[in-house]
Every structure is written in structure tokens, then in C-alpha cells.
Ligand binder design. Structure first.
Ligand SMILES: Cc1ncc(C[n+]2csc(CCOP(=O)(O)OP(=O)(O)O)c2C)c(N)n1
Ligand SMILES: CC(=O)[C@@H](O)[C@H](O)COP(=O)(O)O
Ligand SMILES: [Mg+2]
Length: 590
């Protein structure tokens, strides 16, 4: 049992011989315990160096070894759900030495990624996709007469998403050779326990023979095996051997411990879901205030003044900072587990009954609940506030977690308002403005820090009204969101006009018309895809009004931006000060 994270690389002579599963399979069964111990030590060390996801990987050390030992990977298909637990998998599949750089621009990606390795059967990051993907692979191999085994490893948290049950339900009707392994560590990212599947799996074996309750998995035509200790090779290997060689859909229920082998993580699996890299003591990191904290403060202040407010999160209480709200207003707090579709329509139902739901959701995970926003909220003109966190580039989590499309998704919905704060105070006032708006409102803010918490008087902003920051000439920069600071640096130096547009919808078209008449170039700036974002909205307006002033739209280019620090990503997209200045200069010279 480790009690601290080693800052020196531990000696791992056996692990050092295992560069890939083929070399793993040369080991004897009785060497696997030692390998697991060295793999655990190395994982602790390498995540200490890189930072990143932590507890989940510790919980699947033995399972990862057993799977690569018994399967013929990469010919056999091994699909990890979410993929945050894949660091041991990456260490055993030719990437051990690269691990201290995982999530960095020149290191492995944070999750399995097909283009990174043949051992990464399916790209993940969003949860609950593994059973669908694995079933697709199994069916495809069967149709092509390819002999293979297919395994999906899904956690109890990921099993709370509807998509997992869609796949389980379908799998049973295909009579395909598929093994679904439920990695039940009784904990997902937040405090909610594993879902229905886990509850039933836990209680399945305790049911008395006479019980008539149809067990979920038998009802889905899966052959259930378990629960088995996922850390005990003496149980794991023979059980896996059996279920891997039994035809038809198999369901193996494993019990594991999130953070296994590292006492602080076993004691606090939520807190150790991910860690920042170990800094030398000399540089103690001051705790930064984040946009999420500004939301967390605002939602509590708002709840105090309005008892109709409810807050809903799909399993991201900590990330969205609903921690204080959940303890102060427990009756009005709803963590629905990993169920973004349900989160939105649950809120819609509350709005029908005159409550005021605030759905706190990452931009990237909002993609899961988009039809619900359209069909269940917007069409019915229901009153809901979307507090969209992690909007824009998110850095080390890479393309699967970037929030690049929320403006494009929401801008086309009638009667919706969309706000893009550039500071804590703006964010607080926009949340208040959106909350008071009698319809669908969205405030999008990035994964990042702000200068202060902003807990002053909340004021309602006049809808569609921008704020002039600098009055200049020649070029007018229309900013939408947190890149105002990058823009301000350039505008001050070059004497450009700078306007904080604040609203993507409704646009301040009056300001745009005035600006267009007195400047030779309009520039839009946003931390969103260049396709369908705020720049598109301005372009559509200029076109409709036959305004000929040239427009330069700056945003995330039409390609996938892979993992790196957010600063590196912004630079790559030309969204740092230098990139903005250069793009404008080039446009002026054209
Ligand atoms: C669609 C989606 N929603 C939310 C998340 C955020 N998220 C990442 S891991 C996690 C919990 C997963 O729990 P579980 O599957 O039990 O894995 P464990 O961390 O316990 O190993 C959540 C909610 C996500 N990755 N995808
Ligand atoms: C794996 C997963 O989806 C979450 O752990 C996510 O990585 C959290 O992102 P933040 O670190 O931005 O909260
Ligand atoms: Mg879990």
C-alpha cells in the first residue's frame, strides 16, 4: 500500500521486460502479482510526473494485465469505456516510456485513440459508448468470418447512461460473442453510487432462489457471472478464461476499488479521480478561482432569493462546482448520474410546473442532450438556464472534451439567448440575466481561472447590448467571451476599436452597423468553432443587410485540435495575442 506518490522512478525490472502484450504472455501466472505491483508503482510515479486521471487506472491494474494476458490483442477487440482508466493499458501496449508526457502535446492522448495505437480499439472520452462499439465490432468480425473475441470494460458510473442499456438490449438479440465487464467500484466521479445495473448486479447473487424478480441481465439474455474480486488473479484468470470461451453475450461483474493500492485515493476516490502533476515543494500552487466557482457562488446566491431554483448536474458536481449548493439546498439539487439527456428533460418537466431549473453541464456533454434541448425545452418555450462550463478549448483532455459547438447548436433555436462572459462579474450578471429570461438561456464559460470571485450585486443586462472597451480606428474587434484579454492587448497597441459583444443571440446589430460604417475591417473573436459560431452570426447579419465592410472571423479552425495545454491549443489556433495581431495584419494587407 502506497501512502505517497513516488517522485523518483521506482525500479520495475519485470515491467521493463513487458513492452507489449506479446511479451506479457511469455510470463507465468505466478509472475503476474509482481508485475501488478510494479505496474502500480510505475503508474503512481508517471501520473505524479504528468498529472491526469488517477484513481480509475489504479483500480484496473490486475484486470488490464489479465485481459492482455488472456486475449490476443490487438487482434481481439478490447474497448475501454470513458477511457480515463487506460493508463495501465497504455503502459502495457508500447507506451510505458511515454507515459510521463501523457496529455501533453508531444505525449500520448488522455484516452484510447485509434490513430495512436492498434491496441486502442475505439476512441473514447465520453462515457457509455463501449458496449455499442464492441457489439458493432463483434458483429462485423462475425459477418466477415473473422475469428476474434470482443470485450467491453464499463464502469458502474458509465453504466448509468441510457446508451449502455440500448446496447445491452440490442446485444441480446444478436447472439454475438461479446463479453461485457462491469467494473464496479461503487463510485463514479461524483458521490452517486453506480446505477441500476450495479444495484441489480450486487443483489443478483443475494436473491433467494424463489425470488420471482427477473434479473436484469438474464432478462437481457446475458449470462451473468459474478461478483468476482477484480484484484485477485486467482479468481480473475479462471473466471475470465471461462467467460471468454463461452459463446453468446456474457456479463462479468467485477468488484474493484477505485484508487486501489494508494491509501489517500482509496479513502477519497472522488478527490483522486484526477491529480495535477507533483510540483516541487518550493512552488506551492495557490488555489485559483475558476469560472466554475463563479457559477457555484452565483447559483447559491440566486437560490437564496428564489426558492423555485433547482440545480441539475449529470454526474459532474465537483467539475461544475455545485458542491456548496448540494449541501445547502439538498432538496433542490439533482445529480442524475451520467444521463445528460435525462438531465435536460428532467429540467423541462420542472419548468412545466413553474420551477426554474438551472442545468449545469459541460459544453461537450451538452452534445449528448441536444435533442432534448430542442424538442423538450425550446419548442415548448420552457424556462431553463443552461450553465455551460468547459466551453471552448479545454487543454489536456483534447478533442473529445473540447466545447467547440454549443453556440452553433443553440444559435439556430428560436427565442434562445446566448451569452459569452469575458470576466467573473460579466459571468455573474449574465447568469442572472439568463435566469430572469422567460425562455431558454445559455451562458457559456471556459475551463479556466478568473481574477476574482464576483459576489456583488447582480444586475440584469439589457438583452443584445454590447460594451465598448476601446474606441479606435481602422479595425474593430468584436469579442465574444474570455479571449477579450488577448484582444485588448492587440487593440491597445494598434489603436483598434474593441467591443465586448456579450451576446451571440440577440446580436447587438446596431453596434455592428455603426462600426461597419466607420472601420475598414471587422474582426470577430471567439473560443468556438469558426463554423456556425458568433462569427457566422455577424457574417449572416452583414450579408442580410448588404454591408460590404470586410469581415475576418477568428475562432477554432475547422479541424480537430488534439490534446495539449490550453495555451498551446490557443496558439495553434492563432487565438493568442500574437496570432490575432498577425491575422489582422495579413487581412489588412490583402
Ligand atoms: C457522457 C459523459 N458524461 C460525463 C463524463 C464525465 N465522467 C468521466 S469519468 C466519469 C465517471 C465514470 O464512472 P465509472 O464509469 O464508474 O468509472 P470509474 O471512474 O469509477 O472508474 C464521468 C461522469 C463523461 N466522460 N462522459
Ligand atoms: C474523463 C472525464 O470525462 C472527466 O474526468 C473529465 O476529464 C473532467 O474534466 P475536467 O478536468 O475539465 O473537470
Ligand atoms: Mg465506478
Amino acid at each position: 500500500m502506497f501512502h505517497s506518490i513516488p517522485t523518483q522512478r521506482p525500479a520495475t525490472p519485470l515491467l521493463d521486460q513487458v513492452n507489449d502484450p506479446a511479451s506479457l504472455r511469455t510470463l507465468k501466472h505466478n509472475q503476474l502479482e509482481e508485475l501488478a505491483s510494479q505496474l502500480r508503482a510505475y503508474l503512481l510515479y508517471s501520473v505524479g510526473q504528468s498529472g491526469g486521471h488517477f484513481g480509475a487506472g489504479l483500480g484496473v491494474i490486475e484486470l488490464t494485465i489479465a485481459l492482455h494476458y488472456l486475449l490476443n490483442t490487438p487482434k481481439d477487440n478490447l474497448v475501454w469505456d470513458v477511457g480515463h482508466q487506460c493508463y495501465p493499458h497504455k503502459i502495457l501496449t508500447e507506451r510505458r516510456e511515454a507515459m510521463p508526457k501523457i496529455r501533453q502535446g508531444d505525449g500520448p492522448s488522455p484516452f484510447p485513440k485509434r490513430e495512436e495505437s492498434p491496441f486502442d480499439s475505439f476512441g473514447v472520452g465520453h462515457s457509455s459508448t463501449s458496449i455499442s462499439a464492441a457489439l458493432g465490432m463483434a458483429i462485423a468480425d462475425k459477418l466477415q468470418g473473422i475469428e476474434s473475441k470482443t470485450v467491453a470494460v464499463i464502469g458502474d458510473g458509465a453504466m448509468t447512461a441510457g446508451m449502455a442499456f440500448e446496447a445491452l438490449n440490442h446485444a441480446a438479440h444478436t447472439d454475438t460473442n461479446l463479453l461485457v465487464i462491469l467494473n464496479d467500484n461503487d463510485m463514479s466521479i461524483s458521490h452517486n453510487e453506480g446505477g441500476l445495473a450495479t444495484y441489480l448486479a450486487k443483489n443478483l447473487k443475494n436473491r433467494s432462489a424463489g425470488e420471482t424478480t427477473a434479473a436484469l441481465f438474464e432478462a437481457l439474455d446475458f449470462e451473468y457471472t459474478g461478483p468476482v474480486d477484480g484484484h485477485d488473479f486467482n479468481q480473475l484468470l479462471p473466471t475470465l478464461e471461462k467467460v471468454l470461451n463461452t459463446p453468446g453475450p456474457q456479463f462479468l461483474h467485477l468488484i474493484t476499488t477505485k484508487g486501489k493500492g494508494f491509501q489517500p485515493a482509496e479513502d477519497d476516490p472522488v478527490g483522486y479521480h484526477a491529480i495535477t502533476k507533483i510540483e516541487p515543494i518550493s512552488q506551492p500552487k495557490e488555489k485559483k478561482i475558476r469560472y466554475s466557482n463563479v457559477f457555484g457562488r452565483w447559483v447559491c446566491d440566486m437560490a437564496e432569493t428564489d426558492n423555485r431554483l433547482t440545480a441539475i448536474t449529470p454526474a459532474m458536481r465537483e467539475g461544475s462546482d455545485l458542491i456548496e449548493f448540494s449541501s445547502r439546498f439538498p432538496q433542490r439539487y439533482f445529480d442524475v448520474a451520467i444521463a445528460e439527456q435525462h438531465a435536460v428533460t428532467l429540467g423541462a418537466g420542472m419548468a412545466c410546473q413553474k420551477l426554474k431549473p438551472v442545468v449545469a453541464i459541460y459544453s461537450t456533454f451538452l452534445q449528448r442532450g441536444y435533442d432534448q434541448v430542442v424538442h423538450d425545452v425550446a419548442i415548448q418555450k420552457l424556462d431553463m438556464l443552461l450553465a455551460i462550463d468547459r466551453a471552448g478549448l479545454v487543454g489536456e483532455d483534447g478533442a473529445t472534451h473540447a466545447g467547440c459547438f454549443d453556440i452553433a447548436m443553440l444559435r439556430c433555436l428560436p427565442n434562445t439567448i446566448i451569452m459569452t462572459p469575458s470576466s467573473a462579474e460579466e459571468q455573474r450578471n449574465m447568469l442572472y440575466t439568463g435566469y430572469k429570461y422567460p425562455g431558454l438561456a445559455a451562458v457559456r464559460y471556459p475551463r479556466g481561472s478568473v481574477s476574482e470571485l464576483a459576489n456583488g450585486e447582480m444586475s440584469k443586462l439589457p438583452l443584445g447590448q454590447s460594451k465598448t472597451i476601446l474606441e479606435g480606428s481602422r479595425v474593430a474587434v468584436l469579442n465574444f467571451g474570455p479571449l477579450l484579454h488577448e484582444a485588448e492587448h492587440v487593440a491597445k497597441r494598434e489603436g483598434y476599436t474593441l467591443i465586448d459583444m456579450r451576446f451571440v443571440k440577440p446580436l447587438d446589430t446596431q453596434a455592428i452597423a455603426l462600426i461597419a460604417a466607420s472601420h475598414q475591417l471587422i474582426v470577430t473573436l471567439e473560443d468556438h468553432s469558426i463554423i456556425g459560431g458568433a462569427g457566422s452570426a455577424v457574417s449572416e447579419y452583414l450579408h442580410t443587410e448588404k454591408i460590404k465592410t470586410p469581415l475576418l472571423s477568428l475562432g477554432i479552425p475547422d479541424r480537430w485540435i488534439s490534446h495539449a495545454s490550453r495555451q498551446e491549443q490557443l496558439k495553434e489556433c492563432g487565438l493568442d495575442s500574437e496570432g490575432i495581431a498577425q491575422a489582422i495584419a495579413e487581412s489588412l494587407n490583402r
